[in-house]
Design a protein around this ligand. Structure first.
Ligand code: FES
Length: 122
């Protein structure tokens, strides 16, 4: 479900997903955007000036990683899937512990321009 996300749905690559500063450093922000022609929940991870985006879909069993829309669990500076505890490093989205260890979140290419995060044009 992406309807309850707190942010504005982005329809194209010319509209920013968010400002870099809206993504808490070392944490995550969920946004809703059109990706491959469909509305998708995206998960943005930030470490300092680096922001990377991923589909909010866990590689273990395909569940969203947040326990409530836009609310993510963290443990020891790592993102923890709310479903079965797969643990992902930030900001590269690599699973380092749990049932899908060694797999990665599916990355969505983004650009950082003028302090904002944009989807790369497809
Ligand atoms: S769906 Fe994420 S750990 Fe199972």
């Amino acid at each position: 479900m992406t309807d309850d996300l707190p942010s504005v749905a982005v329809q194209d690559a010319s509209t920013p997903l968010c400002a870099v500063e809206e993504v808490p450093d070392g944490k995550a922000l969920a946004v809703s955007a059109l990706f491959d022609g469909e509305e998708a929940s995206l998960l943005l991870l930030r470490r300092g000036d680096e922001v990377r985006a991923f589909l909010n879909v866990c590689p273990h069993a395909g569940r969203q990683l947040d326990w409530a829309p836009g609310e993510f669990l963290f443990s020891s500076a790592k993102l923890v899937c709310a479903a079965h505890g797969a643990t992902f490093s930030v900001p590269d989205g690599l699973c380092v512990a749990g049932p899908c260890r060694g797999e990665s979140l599916r990355e969505v290419p983004v650009d950082i321009r003028s302090g904002a995060v944009f989807l790369q044009p497809s």
